[in-house]
Design a protein around this ligand. Structure first.
Ligand code: ZN
Length: 76
């Protein structure tokens, strides 16, 4: 790209922030990394095994945590 063309391109971009169109912003969205699940190591109150659990599935009181396996066994 020549110097003249580049200057013209920059001027176009400045006068119109959407010069790159939706394609530009869509690419930026796709490039964002997916959020990592936050896990915590908790001991199950029933079987006393340590489990890595997504914090979203944890009770406020960690000592009340029952792992999925024990929850299954307790299910009626
Ligand atoms: Zn358990």
């Amino acid at each position: 790209m020549g110097r003249k063309d580049r200057e013209r391109f920059l001027r176009l971009k400045e006068s119109n922030p959407y010069y790159q169109g939706f394609r530009g912003s869509a690419t930026a969205t796709v490039a964002a990394p997916p959020p990592q699940p936050v896990t915590e190591s908790v001991t199950c109150s029933v079987c006393n095994r340590r489990r890595n659990v997504n914090v979203e599935n944890l009770p406020e009181d960690r000592s009340e945590y029952v792992c999925l396996r024990c929850q299954d066994e307790q299910a009626p």
